[in-house]
Design a protein around this ligand. Structure first.
Ligand code: SP5
Ligand code: ZN
Length: 346
């Protein structure tokens, strides 16, 4: 049976909403996600992560991003913004759209945030860093330990939109990329990251785009049809330089349902042939009831996708990404994990 790596500290991040098109809205990436997933996993083996040195995070991230995330809320708080103008979360208000300004360090934390943030939806509060670090520890611990049988890292906040030096899409550090790099360091390469989250993992793609030891393969709602992350995730993005041919995007039409989604998952699994190990970015927000995507995948679709992954028979670190419909979230995760177990005979 697949073991879960989980930590209470992942509940400490509470964005209490997001700023979307300038408007504070409720938001869907809440601590309750961890609670309902754990409830659904009851009776299964669970363990806490081992704390890793912060320097381990620099295996895939710019130390400037790590330092920013670690200190941003304290700086925000010291700047007085929680009382004037009354914003308790770190939210950028300017975004340097021109490359080459990275060397400049603005005074105001609201401007510094714009150096690293790709959107206004990804808020940083008092407990955020503790959860961000704990999520990374879950992914690293899972990658340290994985052997023949797959292992599941219940990461929160999610990670696949976070790049080498940027955060966004409710993601801060790229848990899946940290796991993939750790598998490479353990000699378990080449690694294929199979991303089944409803959204394209632009951060993971960016981190490995010029490498061939870590392949990236994703099925997601077509960003060209108006869906996040909008600017990345198209089929003609196939990698660069050494990484040419090591990136596969399978954009799907809104409303496509199980058939086309599972056909795409078959191609992602074929793309993983010859790998030494896998990282699965397990977003379950492609499901029909999910508020953040229109893909209309069923729970049995997730079970069948899991089975295909299990049939690959490779060491696999399964990393939690999105999935926002609390009443069905836990069942979807378990459906996928049971599928993996059935496919691999674990
Ligand atoms: C990890 C992950 O799944 N991130 C997804 C981020 C996508 N967020 C896009 C949010 C767009 C605004 N949603 C507002 C919904 C209002 N009904
Ligand atoms: Zn998603």
């Amino acid at each position: 049976m697949i073991t879960t790596v989980t930590d209470d500290a992942t509940l400490a991040h509470d964005p209490e909403g997001e700023v979307w098109v300038g408007v504070p809205i409720e938001g869907t990436e809440s601590p309750g996600r961890v609670t309902v997933i754990r409830e659904a996993l009851a009776g299964r083996p669970m363990m806490n992560p081992t704390p890793h040195p912060t320097s381990d995070l620099a295996s895939v991230h710019d130390p400037e991003l790590i330092g920013f995330l670690e200190t941003a809320w304290d700086r925000w708080s010291e700047s007085g913004y929680p009382s004037d103008p009354g914003q308790s979360k770190v939210v950028p208000y300017v975004f340097p759209a021109v490359t080459g300004v990275k060397g400049r360090r603005p005074q105001s934390i609201g401007a510094v945030a714009g150096l690293f943030a790709m959107d206004t939806m990804t808020l940083i509060g008092q407990g955020s860093w503790r959860a961000i670090k704990a999520a990374a520890d879950c992914a690293l611990t899972a990658a340290d330990r994985v052997d023949v049988e797959p292992i599941y890292a219940l990461c929160r906040p999610p990670g696949h939109h976070a790049g080498p030096a940027f955060y966004g899409g409710s993601c801060y550090l790229n848990n899946a990329a940290l796991a993939a790099q750790r598998l490479i360091d353990r000699g378990l390469g080449p690694v294929t990251v199979i991303d089944v989250d409803a959204h394209h993992g632009n951060g993971t793609q960016e981190i490995f785009y010029r490498r061939r030891d870590v392949r990236y393969a994703s099925a997601h709602v077509d960003p060209g049809r108006g869906w996040f992350p909008h600017f990345v995730g198209f089929a003609d993005e196939t990698g660069e330089g050494e990484g040419l041919g090591a990136n596969l995007n399978e954009p799907l039409e809104p409303g496509s349902g199980d058939g086309p989604w599972l056909d795409a998952i078959v191609r992602l699994c074929q793309f993983a042939a010859g790998s030494g190990s896998l990282v699965i970015s397990l977003g379950v927000d492609a499901a029909a009831a999910d508020p953040e995507s229109p893909l209309e995948v069923t729970s049995s679709g997730y079970a069948r996708a899991g089975r295909m992954v299990g049939e690959l028979g490779l060491p696999a670190v399964i990393v939690q990404e999105g999935g926002y419909h609390l009443p069905t979230l836990g069942g979807l995760v378990v459906a996928f994990l049971q599928g993996v177990e059935a496919g691999g005979g674990w």
